[in-house]
Ligand binder design. Structure first.
Ligand code: ADP
Length: 740
């Protein structure tokens, strides 16, 4: 009973009851018994959708009620806003909830007054590096999706950050939430925590594999599920899910339900949504069609791109795709309409499984292999990933049970899928800390923020990580650490005279949140420049650092970019590798591809043309632009620190890419409400800077903007025009309300 939970605020039971939570789920009750509301450390390894969030809330609320402060660490920015929105329900009781993502260079002083803070692990890491004083006041830290310590890219950051927080604050309560994994006990050992390891789910999950004309379920039963002539297997399963269940006499016993289809690439997600809309359409009634048309219109309003169009088209037919290339606006519209049961099927890449709360009656895992660049081919997904996707099946209180289905195209594959996923246990998670790129960053940060000042001290600190818990002897860790110390010393980030000390440059690199190798690359590049660098040169420089994700070259593009590389060789900062150094040369070309994308953007090429030209989504452009802007900002700081003379060129490259404009528009885009398109229109009409806009003839402004009169008025007001009222000016009937 929720009235019997010890140590939580007195308003909580009533609040939970009002939200329909009368009693705790069994794993939640076990967590309370283990003392989660009384400050005990806990590792909770339980299935997706089994109420982990409430366990975290109980711990945090109890901790705050004792006068403390709680931190909730999420793996993805998208989850930060979702969790923040969820915790805001407690503000009515006087709690102050804050969220902090982005901007890795500040100490987030404003967070000092918050009771509950949500942040990504990278953000927390950067707060530690910047010495945020309020971190000492933390009493409770929750790590969500802690099984991601297994992720080579981000896992080490989570691992080291938890170790640091636990060192900053003695008696910090640590609550780690994990999907079901093979070795939760090891995580509990690492964190000195009680272990809660449970398979309980609020709604039954039936796993199975579709093959031929039947669904084979894990209990050995089979059910007919026919694939029509010319129909794809996935389409047949989606159609079957949509069919209402009927009794013998034809009365509907159970309405049809929604499906979530997991595929292995964005392109596949988009293609599948288009096809599946054709399946869903016949099941829609007039009211649904109308509501879907509204959602489609909102989607088209978000942006004017091909992706936007494709998505809107699919949504009109009751289907949608979902992947990390979508803009946030698109993602939210899709998730909401799916939760409202308006969209009946979503085809998604696995990002959706990682925590966005969108359950559906059936989950179909269509692709169980994905392309892996480092392996050079298709590799199978982990059991953990597949089980997390499967866990999204079944909506408690709405469906009798959830069904998760893999698809097989041969009898052998049917057997393989049962062995590999249906009957298999998830694999154990393993620390990825002892890899050079991870240690490079974390060794520097650990020394720079004063957690260790000798080699021995450093190794001792690293003993508090999961890595150390998982390995006997510290040979490997010691070996890599020594290599990394030598690297950092060679590049001027650390000195090793008496103990270990970070240099000024080392401190800067750590605070900027740069991989030291990125910093070294940028510094070498800037030092190699004899003339003022061009934007392409600067973009290529930051694009070849390990902090920028690569755009892979598609087949046939080698030649195109090799030509371009020779054409523009003089602009590169630092020597271009020779064609005989295969791998380095390929990396150089990939960076050039990214650089040209950024140059196209900063030269006002249409978003649409860019997405076509590079085969990416609008969300990817945004991602590249943000990364470039951050890295160029860091380059400015490093250049300043080293007294290099190219700061103005770097700043211009940065502002141009941030606003997506040529140089001559930089002044105009600084006016609120004026984006790249409007600025260009004003400029072409002879209004070429802020001053000119302030003095401009109102009708000229309106004509130039080809927009709504109210838009023009707002802009004129923003720029401080003498008289923003536009009486007597006729608005253009073909008004374009938004600017891209
Ligand atoms: P997880 O984080 O484990 O994937 P969530 O915490 O998002 O799962 O919980 C899934 C759903 O279950 C949420 O909609 C939540 O409101 C609901 N829920 C959680 N605990 C209870 C409970 N004790 N009784 C009823 N519903 C609950």
């Amino acid at each position: 009973d929720v009235a019997e939970i010890p140590a939580v605020p007195e308003w909580l039971p009533e609040h939970l009851q009002a939200a329909g939570i009368e009693s705790l789920y069994p794993p939640q009750a076990e967590a309370v018994e283990a003392g989660v509301t009384e400050g005990e450390n806990l590792v909770a390894s339980i299935p997706t959708a089994s109420g982990k969030t409430l366990i975290a809330e109980l711990a945090m609320l109890a901790s705050v009620a004792r006068g403390g402060k709680a931190l909730y660490i999420v793996p993805l920015r998208a989850l930060a806003s979702e969790k923040h929105a969820e915790f805001e329900q407690f503000e009515q009781y006087g709690l102050d909830v804050g969220v902090s993502t982005g901007n890795y260079e500040s100490e987030g002083g404003w967070l000092a007054g918050k009771d509950v803070i949500v942040a990504t692990s990278e953000k927390v890491d950067s707060l530690v590096r910047n010495g945020a004083p309020w971190l000492e006041e933390l009493t409770c830290v929750v790590a969500d999706e802690v099984h991601l310590v297994d992720d080579g890219e981000r896992g080490p950051t989570l691992e080291v950050t938890l170790a640091k927080l636990r060192r900053i604050t003695a008696d910090l309560q640590t609550v780690a939430l994990s999907a079901t994994i093979g070795n939760a006990g090891q995580l509990a050992d690492w964190l000195d925590a009680e272990l809660l390891d449970s398979d309980w789910r609020p709604i039954d999950l039936k796993k199975g594999v579709h093959y031929g004309q039947a669904l084979h379920l894990e209990d050995g039963s089979q059910r007919e599920l026919r694939v029509r002539d010319g129909e794809k297997q996935t389409a047949a399963i989606v159609r079957d899910t949509l069919e209402p269940d009927r009794d013998e006499d034809g009365t509907i016993r159970e309405d049809g339900g929604s499906s979530l289809v997991f595929v292995n690439s964005r392109r596949n997600a988009e293609a599948a949504a288009g096809r599946l809309a054709g399946v869903v359409e016949e099941f829609l009634d007039a009211e649904e069609r109308e509501a879907l048309a509204d959602v489609a219109a909102e989607i088209r309003d978000v942006s004017d791109t091909e992706t936007s169009d494709d998505l809107a088209d699919a949504v009109e037919g009751g289907a949608a795709f979902h992947h990390a290339g979508l803009s946030r606006g698109h993602r939210e519209l899709v998730e909401d309409a799916f939760r409202d049961r308006l969209i009946k099927v979503v085809s998604a890449t696995p990002t959706l499984a990682a925590g966005v709360n969108t359950p559906s009656r059936r989950v179909i895992v269509r692709d169980w292999r994905r392309y892996d660049g480092t392996a050079g081919g298709m590799t199978p997904l982990s059991v953990l990933e597949v089980h997390q996707m499967m866990g999204r099946a079944g909506r408690p209180g709405r469906d009798p049970y959830g069904e998760a289905v893999l698809t097989a195209s041969s009898h052998d594959e049917l057997d393989e899928l049962f062995e590999r996923y249906v009957w298999a246990e998830p694999e154990p998670v393993r620390s990825k800390l002892a890899a050079e790129p991870a240690l490079r960053t974390h060794v520097l940060a650990t020394v720079a923020s004063g957690f260790a000042s000798t080699r021995e001290g450093l190794l001792e600190f690293l003993e508090a990580t999961l890595y150390a818990t998982q390995t006997d002897g510290r040979d490997r860790l010691e070996e890599v650490t020594d290599e990394v110390i030598a690297y950092l010393e060679r590049n001027g980030f650390l000195t090793r005279d008496e103990g270990l000390t970070a240099t000024n440059l080392g401190h800067t690199v750590s605070r900027l949140y740069l991989d030291p190798m990125s910093a070294a690359e940028i510094i070498d590049g800037l030092e190699a420049a004899d003339d003022r660098p061009t934007v392409l040169g600067l973009y290529q420089l930051v694009a070849r650092t390990p902090d920028m994700y690569e755009l892979y070259l598609r087949s046939g593009e080698d030649e195109e970019y090799t030509m371009l590389a020779y054409e523009r060789e003089e602009e590169f900062l630092g020597p271009m590798p020779s064609e005989f150094e295969d791998e380095r040369f390929d990396d150089w070309l990939s960076a050039l591809k990214t650089a040209r994308l950024l140059e196209d953007w900063a030269s006002e090429l249409d978003e649409d043309e860019i997405t076509d030209r590079y085969g990416i989504g609008p969300g990817d452009i945004r991602g590249k632009v943000e990364a470039a802007s951050w890295l160029l900002g860091a380059a400015e700081s490093l250049g300043g620190e080293l007294g290099l003379e190219w700061t103005p060129a770097i700043r211009q490259a940065r502002t141009r890419v941030e606003d997506g404009v040529r140089e001559e528009l930089l002044d105009l885009v600084s006016v609120r409400g004026v984006g790249r398109k409007r600025a260009r229109r004003l400029y072409d009409a002879g209004i070429d800077d802020r001053a000119a806009l302030r003095e401009a003839d109102k009708s000229a402004v309106l004509a130039a903007l080809r927009g709504r009169r109210s838009t023009a008025e707002t802009i004129l007001e923003n720029v401080g025009h003498r008289d923003p009222s536009m009486d007597g000016v006729e608005p253009d009937p073909e008004a374009a309300p938004t600017d891209g």
